[in-house]
Design a protein around this ligand. Structure first.
Ligand SMILES: Nc1ncnc2c1ncn2[C@@H]1O[C@H](COP(=O)(O)OP(=O)(O)OP(=O)(O)O)[C@@H](O)[C@H]1O
Ligand SMILES: [Mg+2]
Length: 460
């Protein structure tokens, strides 16, 4: 099973990890800054405070000595000295209290009952214990940060491992299946398909793979059908030719002049069918490789169509069909002679094959002066092409419902379309009320496309 929404999962996890890291970073930064600031203030305060306490101690001692000497000698000078040190002592106590509010209790006690040695000593001890408490705090904060970082690290490792597992299941597993499926296609198992599930990207790969395999299968089938059809189609005229010729060559069966003529005509038709078939295949590959356009020359297209009519006349006669060309005598334009002859042979063969016996096939060329195109129409009388088949009849290998009893490969109209397109023209089909018309429109002037095209035109 693929995890669904791998992309969304990975995105969510990455965003959470980044958010967690950012939050932890900001928190650690704030805590560390507060403690650094605190420690810095403590250090900055400590030295001057020590000095002040030292001065206080000195002022206190000097005051006591002056007092003792004043009491013994009763000298006024010592009395003044005592008072002076007393003022100094009071000033230092004020200054210490300003810098260090914790000294306030001692300052109050000294104000009430006078400063003693014990006060100064207590102040020293209070300072030391304050420093020790600050150090303890810093250690605890550091330990806390370390704990949070460790948890984050463990979390990251777990999440990363989970992601790797997801990737393994979500990517590696399907990749292996893709490799297996590719190997099966390589070995000729064209019906092999992949399951179209999983995350969107893998689903798309599976869909592309399946459409590629389906296309390969269709092409393979088309190739097989084509080979089967072509060998079947070639076999028919080949057999007719072989049998006709062996009949003519037979020593035992002497044919009458009439039968010999019939036999020769059958051979001629069989060889023509072979020729048309081979020409069709040749033109198909010519149009598909784009080499048809290289051989354009400015000639009379009515003459090319007349050549096509002459070629199929023996076949038309067998069905008592007459073919008429209604056209101006000269219609000069740039085109590929063999391509156009083949296209009209195909259209006429269809008109005969699917046309009614003893009917007329009309070929009309219209070359109006203001029109940029020459219009040509081939019309026959016969069963209609069903409406839904009309868009498909120009497809390669397509054969209509009416063709079941007829020979053919389904390439005739496809070659017509390809030849017309090589001339930058258009072809369409109309069928109804017992008449089928194939219309071709060819530009009189070829648009230049590289060295391949010629500039033609004119009218006859
Ligand atoms: N004049 C027509 N009247 C009726 N149906 C036609 C006519 N021309 C073509 N079709 C239909 O169109 C289909 C395709 O024609 P296309 O010429 O390509 O193939 P085909 O004649 O069957 O075989 P091929 O031309 O290769 O020998 C035919 O099978 C037929 O059903
Ligand atoms: Mg045909």
């Amino acid at each position: 099973m693929y995890p669904s929404g791998l992309k969304a999962n990975a995105l969510l996890i990455s965003v959470s990890l980044i958010a967690l890291t950012v939050m932890l970073g900001v928190r650690a930064n704030t805590v560390a800054r507060v403690h650094i600031e605190g420690s810095k203030a403590l250090l900055e305060r400590d030295i001057p405070l020590q000095q002040m306490l030292f001065q206080l101690d000195a002022a206190f001692t000097a005051k006591q000595q002056a007092q003792k000497k004043w009491e013994i000698t009763e000298d006024v000078a010592y009395g003044e000295l005592f008072a002076k040190y007393g003022v100094l002592e009071a000033r230092i106590i004020r200054e210490v209290t300003e810098v260090w509010p914790g000294f306030d209790i001692i300052a109050k006690e000294a104000a009430n009952g006078g400063l003693t040695e014990a006060h100064i000593q207590r102040a020293q001890e209070m300072l030391i214990s304050e420093k020790a408490a600050a150090l303890r705090d810093a250690r605890e904060v550091a330990a806390g940060l370390l704990r949070v970082m460790t948890v984050a690290l463990v979390l990251s490792i777990v999440i990363t491992a989970w992601l790797i597992l997801l990737l393994y299941q979500g990517l590696l597993h399907p990749l292996r299946r893709l490799r297996d499926a590719t190997a099966r296609i390589r070995d000729g198992e064209l019906a092999c398909r992949m399951k179209e599930n999983g995350v969107s990207e893998l689903k798309e790969i599976a869909q592309d793979f399946n459409s590629m395999a389906a296309r390969l299968e269709t092409l393979d089938q088309a190739k097989n059908d084509f080979l089967a059809t072509i060998s079947h189609e070639i076999r028919n005229p080949m057999t007719a030719l072989k049998e006709g010729l062996s009949l003519l060559a037979s020593e035992e069966k002497k044919l009458s002049a009439e039968s010999q003529k019939k036999c020769l005509s059958a051979c001629l038709i069989a060889s023509k069918r072979l020729e048309f078939m081979i020409n069709n295949l040749l033109n198909l590959s010519r149009t598909e490789s784009g080499i048809l356009e290289r051989d354009f020359s400015r000639r009379n297209i009515a003459a090319a169509i007349q050549t096509a009519i002459d070629e199929i006349r023996p076949i038309a006669e067998r069905k008592s069909i007459s073919v008429r060309l209604l056209a101006p005598e000269l219609v000069f334009m740039s085109f590929h002679w063999e391509g156009i002859v083949q296209a009209f042979v195909n259209l006429l063969l269809n008109a005969i094959k699917y046309g009614r016996e003893s009917s007329i096939v009309d070929v009309m060329i219209t070359n109006e002066v203001p029109s940029p195109n020459v219009e040509i129409e081939v019309m026959n009388a016969g069963a209609d092409i069903p409406h839904d088949e009309l868009p498909k009849i120009f497809d390669r290998f397509y054969r209509g419902a009416n063709s079941l009893k007829q020979q053919g490969m389904g390439v005739g109209l496809h070659v017509v379309k390809k030849v017309v397109e090589a001339h930058q023209g258009a072809v369409s089909a109309l069928s109804g009320s017992g008449h089928t018309r194939i219309r071709i429109s060819l530009p009189k002037t070829q648009r230049l496309s590289g060295a391949a095209s010629f500039v033609g035109g004119g009218h006859g």
